[in-house]
Design a protein around this ligand. Structure first.
Ligand code: CDP
Length: 217
């Protein structure tokens, strides 16, 4: 059983995917965290994020994996726990540029397909339904209004101790959405078999129940 969850930035995909996986007892794979970890590594090494060849080499040589501690999933990049750092505003503004390189995507997609092999998974990202799990049993497209997505991202950053400016956050989300929907490979799009769920007016519990109801049918 494979469940693909795609959608724009800040639509609540990750929380929803994690909760859904917990409820169904499936493995949760946060593919955004992998692009974020690679971006974090590129920024740390002061690599030019527009240089496709160097980034592809970095993607080939960077070990990114997940571990589970007593409460949560941790993201480990070359042996360093980067779970918190990959949500920083710096990574937010650079990640969609790193993720636009075709060769980087190829490497990530094949890693993700290996991770999903022979296990029941809920995977979230941008190209899951189209590229990573084209045979997924369910392909959800989770979205919400830009105002709601901005509010959620602002609250998330605030709770991590960052100073927030809603106007900047809204702009950053819109830039990222633009990059993610306009790249040549693995662009975010609604597929023919996508099930669209707009969470603008739903709490996370309500959104989860909507998904569970569809799966239960
Ligand atoms: O949590 P949020 O929706 O803001 O982002 P995310 O899922 O952590 O993904 C961060 C970025 O990684 C996206 O804006 C994409 O540029 C990239 N990404 C991607 O290209 N393909 C994926 N399967 C997942 C993420």
């Amino acid at each position: 059983m494979k469940i693909a969850i795609d959608g724009p930035a800040g639509a609540g995909k990750s929380t929803l995917a994690r909760w859904l996986a917990e409820k169904l007892n499936y493995i949760y794979i946060d593919t955004g965290a992998m692009y974020r970890a690679l971006t974090w590594e590129a920024l740390r090494k002061e690599i030019d994020i527009h240089n496709a060849a160097i980034l592809a080499e970095l993607a080939r040589t960077t070990d990114i994996h997940f571990t589970i501690d007593s409460r949560s999933q941790r993201v480990i990049c070359n042996g360093i726990d980067v779970t918190e750092q990959i949500r920083s505003p710096e990574v937010n503004s650079a990640v969609s540029q790193v993720a636009a390189h075709a060769e980087v995507r190829q490497l990530m997609v094949s890693k993700q397909q290996q991770m999903a092999q022979a296990v029941a998974v809920v995977m979230d990202g941008r190209d899951i339904g189209e590229c990573v799990l084209p045979d997924a049993n369910y392909k959800f497209y989770i979205t919400a209004s830009i105002e709601e997505r901005t509010r959620r991202r602002a609250a998330e950053l605030k709770s991590s101790g960052y100073e927030v400016n809603e106007q900047n956050i809204s702009q950053e989300i819109q830039n990222r959405d633009y990059n993610d929907t306009h790249r040549t490979t693995g662009a975010l799009k609604v597929l023919e078999d996508s099930i669209i769920v707009d969470t603008s007016n739903l709490t996370i519990e309500e959104a989860l129940n909507t998904l569970l109801e569809i799966i239960g049918r």
